[in-house]
Structure formats: C-alpha cells, structure tokens
Design a protein around this ligand. Structure first.
Ligand SMILES: NC(=O)c1ccc[n+]([C@@H]2O[C@H](COP(=O)([O-])OP(=O)(O)OC[C@H]3O[C@@H](n4cnc5c(N)ncnc54)[C@H](O)[C@@H]3O)[C@@H](O)[C@H]2O)c1
Length: 270
C-alpha cells in the first residue's frame, strides 16, 4: 500500500519534496497533508499539486489526518516542538532541521519512541563511510565556506562584532564544537549535526565556518582521521534557487531519502 506522506514546512525543501511525490518521482507514496505556520503557505503549495493535499496552519489539525510518514522541513524550533508528538502518534519522521538533535534530551526521547526517525545525509557526502568507521575515529572536522550573504541572519551575529558586509576576502568567522555551531548557525550547518550523529558526537566534531565573497557555491569539506586511515570529502553545492542558505544537494538528498523510505527494493550505499 502507498505510504501516506505529510509535510511540515512548505518552503524550499518542503515544496520540492511535495512536487517529487506529486509528480511520481517518489513512487509508492501519496501526499495527504501539508502544514506551515505561515497562513496561506500550505494552501498556496497545495493549489499547485495534482494530489491537492489538505493544507493546515495548525499542527493539531495536521496531525488529525491519517499519515504514515511525516517530513519535518521547517526549522529547529519545529523539530523541537513536533518531532516527539509525530513519533508518539506511531508515525515515522524524516528530519531536516537536524541541528535540533544536539539537544541530548530530545535526541534520547526520539531514540526511545515507537516511530522510526530518518535523517537524510543532506548537503554533504561520505556519511556512509563515517558511520562505518565510527568506533575508529580520532577526529572529525567540517569546514564550511559560503558567501557572506548565505550566512546572514544567523544568531551568531547577535553577539559578534563581525560585519558580513565588510568582509572582502576569505575569513574564518567561527571555530567551535558542532554542539555550539548548530545553535549559532541553525540554518547553515545542519550538516555538522548529521556528521556528529554519524560519527563522534556533537562535542568532539569540530566546525570551522569561512565567509568568502568569491564563493558562489556552498562548500563543505570533511576531514576525518583514525586508525582506519584518513578521509577527505569536499562538496561544492549550488544553492537552491529559493534559499541561498540551503544547498540544492540537501533538497535532492531529502527526495532520495523519502524515496528509500517509501519504495521497496534494493538499497545502495547505506
Ligand atoms: N539537513 C540538511 O542538510 C539541511 C540542509 C538545508 C536546510 N536544512 C534545514 O531544513 C529546514 C528547511 O529548509 P528550507 O530551505 O526549506 O527552509 P525555508 O525557509 O525555505 O522553508 C521553511 C518553511 O517552514 C516554515 N516553518 C518554519 N518554522 C515553522 C514551524 N514552527 N511550524 C511550521 N512551519 C514552520 C516556514 O514558514 C517556511 O515556509 C531548515 O531548518 C533548514 O535549516 C537542512
């Protein structure tokens, strides 16, 4: 039977996921409901889709619809608020705002819930390899380089004297553990959270953020060392057209993850 899919967040990722299900790119799935906190957003997306999923701006009413898999593609706040109720209702959950899982209590409560939690690789590569050597890792470092405008609005700048509009050359603006980075750059380094969960955790995974006006891509470079040897993975992602903070690869990875959740058959690389 086709999996019934509901989506929280009708922005860049949510819209593309909805289109992927609606167009049949994700098979064995039916889009049944959409929820966005901004009034009219879910309605506007629904009106563009053949399947006309039910639109909501209220979480309780969204949850009253029967559904097998819920996708969170909204914000860390949404993941914190809605992940547990979704799982407690016996639904599976695909989380995009992975930085929220740096909260140990939330992570533990999700791990003990009855539903399954799916975390797409997102805007990076190599998570399969990091998982495989998890117990042999000594160090994991993520260096993220973006154009200054792709970092604008991050809570980090509320307490920093760094002015993004004054950056004229490649500048390291932040170095710290992933646990801190995901709070200061919630919309930029979800990849640090995915990497932490796959490898040596939020406290030991190091993050460096570079603002570089010459960059038109979002670059993520992962270096991992241990008794297995050394990995270096670099991706240079074009930003998605709707949101310069979100790499296009993150959208594609979410679609691929939902495909593997809904479709039966062979699994490659995981
Ligand atoms: N895992 C990854 O690799 C990765 C990569 C890129 C983005 N992300 C994260 O995925 C999420 C979605 O990204 P996007 O580019 O689609 O963002 P977006 O800003 O384009 O869209 C987010 C949508 O969610 C809605 N929303 C926000 N908070 C909400 C709430 N509490 N309840 C209901 N709706 C809410 C907004 O109104 C908006 O329509 C973000 O948290 C982003 O940081 C993860």
């Amino acid at each position: 039977m086709a999996k019934r899919v509901g989506i929280i967040g009708c922005g860049t990722i949510g819209s593309q996921l909805a289109l992927a299900v609606d167009s049949g790119q994700v098979k064995n799935a039916t889009l049944v409901s959409l929820f966005d906190v901004v009034k009219g957003s879910a309605q506007s997306l629904s009106s563009k889709l053949k399947s006309a999923p039910k639109p909501f701006d209220d979480f309780g009413r969204f949850m009253s619809q029967d559904c097998d898999v819920v996708v969170e593609a909204a914000s860390q706040e949404a993941a914190r608020k809605f992940a547990k109720p979704v799982l407690d209702a016996g639904r599976d959950l695909l989380v995009m705002s992975v930085g929220a899982l740096a909260d140990r209590e939330l992570l533990a409560s999700l791990q003990s819930s009855k539903g399954r939690v799916y975390i797409p690789t997102g805007a990076i590569a190599g998570i399969d390899a990091i998982r495989a050597v998890k117990h042999l890792l000594d160090s994991v470092t993520l260096t993220t380089t973006k154009a200054p405008k792709a970092l604008a609005g991050a809570p980090f700048f509320e307490t920093s004297s760094i002015r993004l509009d004054e950056i004229k050359k490649s500048t390291v603006i932040y170095e710290g553990p992933a646990a801190d980075a995901v709070k200061k750059f919630p919309a930029n380094v979800n990849v640090a959270a995915v990497l932490s969960l796959a490898g040596i955790g939020f406290d030991r995974t190091k993050v460096r953020i570079v603002a570089d006006p010459a960059y038109t891509t979002n670059q993520h470079e992962i270096t991992a060392t241990g008794s297995f040897g050394k990995f270096q993975f670099t991706v240079n992602n074009v930003p998605s057209p709707g949101n310069p903070k979100t790499s296009y690869l993150a959208v594609l990875s979410a679609i691929e993850c939902l495909r593997s959740v809904c479709e039966s058959g062979m699994r490659i690389g995981s």
